[in-house]
Design a protein around this ligand. Structure first.
Ligand code: NAD
Ligand code: UD1
Length: 326
């Protein structure tokens, strides 16, 4: 795939998804800039790419730096955010400053500097617990956490900037993204990274609720491919897309699959459900298929194995145990 643009800005580019996006853009020969305040991201995620990009260690709300970076690009991939649902439940105002105002600043920098397109990382969280499944883009959103409201507000602003100012915006409702570099170090981290860490430290994982809740997990490399297809398409401006697989995995089953890979036998501990947690989440991916011809390359089994291998190389303890097991 040759891209129609050559200069990209990735906000949150030192994070999990953002750093994979930087890999993808550089491999296509793009000139890449990153703005990241390293609040949850790490410079090490960028590896040697650091030497081939322009890196701004800054908050996206620093309009001076944002404008400077926007001037040098044709497209912005906006990934920077407070990502954890429970973190936004604990800090609704601070998180809104980043997720709502930060997104508005990004769109405004695009408008003022004639950036052609902005691709926003939105979330399946906007659907809430609507009983209609799978979730499709035409459903009425039912946000049930500050995070979901904030992401929805970003989508509305994106549409406005498209309609009022001609900024070609596209909102991508990522379902649950997983893969190498997802940071497991906080209770606010994504479930797959936490479970990988628990399997390695031999500590039982905590499952919130009865573990029958489910998610549509999509591998990060498929998410990058989706972003690149959207960035290059002339059929997406002003639109919203689900980014998922159409398949779901229950949290209990997820733990079983991870302990099978690790060769351990650890029973989970069950705790009360998290406030704001969604029970059932799975994507209808028809629109992405019809508009872009997208379908995921990675089965869940293949993606989980690739992710597990990553945790093996970053965690010697897990490696030893697995070697003994095999
Ligand atoms: P991440 O925490 O690894 O990445 C977010 C990055 O943004 C980090 O590098 C962080 O340092 C940076 N950041 C945060 N606040 C910032 C600020 N004010 N200024 C500058 N940089 C800031 O998380 P991720 O999983 O890679 O998420 C990327 C995007 O995808 C987010 O917008 C998130 O809401 C969205 N998303 C993620 C998932 C998922 O399952 N991981 C699902 C749906 C949507
Ligand atoms: C995740 C993303 C969010 C994104 C949303 C899209 C992270 C941190 N959050 O939120 O940005 O918009 O997907 O759907 O990447 N769980 C446990 N034990 C744990 C951790 C989690 O049982 O130790 C459960 C949770 O209660 C939840 C499920 O696993 O039911 C998934 O949790 P989590 O990985 O935090 O993701 P979401 O809340 O879905």
């Amino acid at each position: 795939m040759d891209l129609k643009f050559s200069r990209a800005l990735v906000t949150g580019g030192a994070g999990f998804i953002g750093s994979h996006l930087v890999d993808g853009l550089l491999s296509k020969g793009c000139q890449v800039s990153v703005i990241d305040d390293l609040s949850t991201g790490r410079l090490s995620n960028l590896g040697n790419n650091k030497d081939h990009i322009t890196f701004y260690r800054a908050d996206i709300r620093d309009q001076h730096i944002l404008e400077k970076a926007a001037k040098q690009c044709d497209i912005i991939f906006h990934q920077a955010a407070v990502v954890s649902v429970p973190r936004t439940v604990d800090n609704p105002v601070d998180s809104a400053m980043v997720n709502e105002m930060g997104t508005l600043f990004v769109l405004e920098a695009a408008r003022k500097n004639n950036v052609k397109r902005v691709v926003l990382a939105s979330s399946s969280a906007v659907y809430g617990d609507d009983p209609v499944l799978p979730k499709h883009e035409n459903m009425n959103p039912k946000p049930q956490s500050p995070y979901a409201v904030q992401k929805l507000s970003g989508e509305f602003y994106a549409r406005l900037y498209h309609d009022l100012y001609g900024v070609e915006s596209v909102s991508l409702r990522y379902f649950n993204v997983y893969g190498p570099r997802q940071d497991p170090s906080s209770p606010y981290s994504g479930v797959i990274s936490i479970f990988m860490e628990r399997a390695s430290s031999k500590e039982p994982p905590v499952i919130y609720g009865n573990g029958n809740q489910y998610r549509d997990f999509i591998f990060v490399k498929d998410v990058v491919r989706f972003n690149l297809m959207v960035a290059d398409s002339d059929k997406v401006s002003g639109k919203i897309f689900n980014v998922g697989t159409g398949r779901f995995i229950r949290i209990n089953r997820l733990w079983e699959m991870i302990i099978k890979l690790s060769g351990k036998n650890i029973k989970p501990v069950y705790e009360a459900p998290r406030p704001g947690d969604i029970i059932e989440s799975v994507a209808d991916i028809d629109r992405a298929g019809k508009t872009l011809g997208f379908k995921p390359d990675y089965s869940f089994e293949k993606g989980l194995e690739e992710t597990f291998k990553y945790y093996l190389t970053t965690n010697e303890h897990l490696k030893l145990d697995t070697d003994e097991h095999r």
